[in-house]
Design a binder for this molecule. Structure first.
Ligand code: DON
Length: 315
């Protein structure tokens, strides 16, 4: 159907013109080298269409978007026991904040803030060497996207390790509460590497398909997670996926989304499509500035809010 293709092309053309692109993250030095003029967007519909615009085939560092995949994998391993070690409430704080951990006995508010994702990495380490756990995460993402070409950018992982003082602080602090079962260094090794997975918008939207389709890969019909688990992951993305900007993203865009400091966002329109957008410049909450604006425009053009009575009809 041309409607979605036209909407994506219009959004990409508009974003290409904008001067106010936000600031590229520099606290991970390797991310600071990315060209802020890049913009890509991809939609993969449940009926199998792949629609791309802009730099949709250029890989970028998915960073925190990877936390959706590690959470999915960890829930598959330990099920609801995960929630004894990680909460599921929005934090209202920046992604790398340490302030709530003392009051809440080393239990991170949710699996998408850095502290929560480090605990998820610790869960994925059980019974493995870090190298094996990292390999398992990468293979899972390749499987979801049906694309073996997806890699981990080792330079980004090394760059983050070299400057990851806050994450070391978070991990050590949680270890002191007994909420890391492995040495902080090992859990962080897994964490830094999954954040350094590089994917294009096309690959990311492909990997998100199961969340738009009730937990099943729409191409094969194979179940990745139960329908209930897919709904719950979507709920967490909506309430926590943009950190202290999650309320604003829900208000403006109205679909579950997960951002990363590489400038990527995965968006899910349940029953309709998986979306990925990339623009490296960030807003004040550390979320892609133009990426959020692009999804807001696309969702409005397509009538895609999960709160809309017509959601799902237009694609
Ligand atoms: O730990 C970090 O700071 C990064 N690897 C990931 C942070 C991130 O992507 C936050 N997202 N907006």
């Amino acid at each position: 159907m041309p409607e979605l293709e036209q909407a994506l092309a219009e959004v990409a053309a508009e974003m290409a013109e904008r001067a106010d692109r936000g600031d590229v993250a520099t606290y991970i030095p390797q991310l600071g080298k990315v060209d802020p003029r890049k913009f890509g967007i991809a939609a993969v519909t449940n009926d199998g269409r792949v629609i791309l615009a802009g730099d949709a085939d250029q890989p970028f560092s998915i960073q925190s978007v990877s936390k959706v995949f590690t959470l999915t994998l960890a829930l598959g391993k330990v099920g609801d026991a995960l929630w004894q070690r990680v909460g599921r409430e929005p934090s209202g704080n920046p992604f790398n904040s340490i302030v709530q951990l003392e009051h809440e006995n080393g239990i991170p508010r949710n699996p998408f803030i850095n502290a929560g994702a480090i605990v998820v990495s610790d869960i994925l380490l059980a019974g493995h060497q870090p190298r094996e756990a990292i390999g398992e995460i990468l293979r899972f993402v390749q499987f979801l996207a049906d694309d073996d070409a997806i890699i981990i950018d080792r330079e980004v992982a090394a760059s983050e390790r070299a400057t990851g003082y806050r994450n070391f602080a978070l991990a050590n602090y949680m270890k002191s509460f007994g909420n890391l079962h492995h040495e902080p260094e090992l859990a962080l090794g897994v964490y830094f590497h999954h954040c350094a997975i590089a994917m294009s918008c096309r690959q990311l939207a492909m990997a998100g398909r199961f969340l738009a389709n009730g937990g099943r890969n729409p191409a094969t019909g194979h179940s990745v997670v139960s329908a209930e688990r897919a709904r719950r992951i979507g709920a967490l993305m909506l309430t926590c996926g943009h950190y202290d900007g999650s309320g604003d993203f829900a208000f403006r865009v109205g679909i579950p989304g997960k951002s990363g400091v590489g400038g990527g966002i995965l968006g899910i329109v349940p029953g309709v499509a998986s979306l990925a957008v990339w623009s490296p410049g960030l807003n004040e909450n550390g979320n892609s500035k133009l990426g959020s604006i692009a999804l807001e425009k696309l969702a409005r053009m397509m009538g895609w809010s999960i709160f809309s009575p017509t959601a799902g009809r237009r694609q």
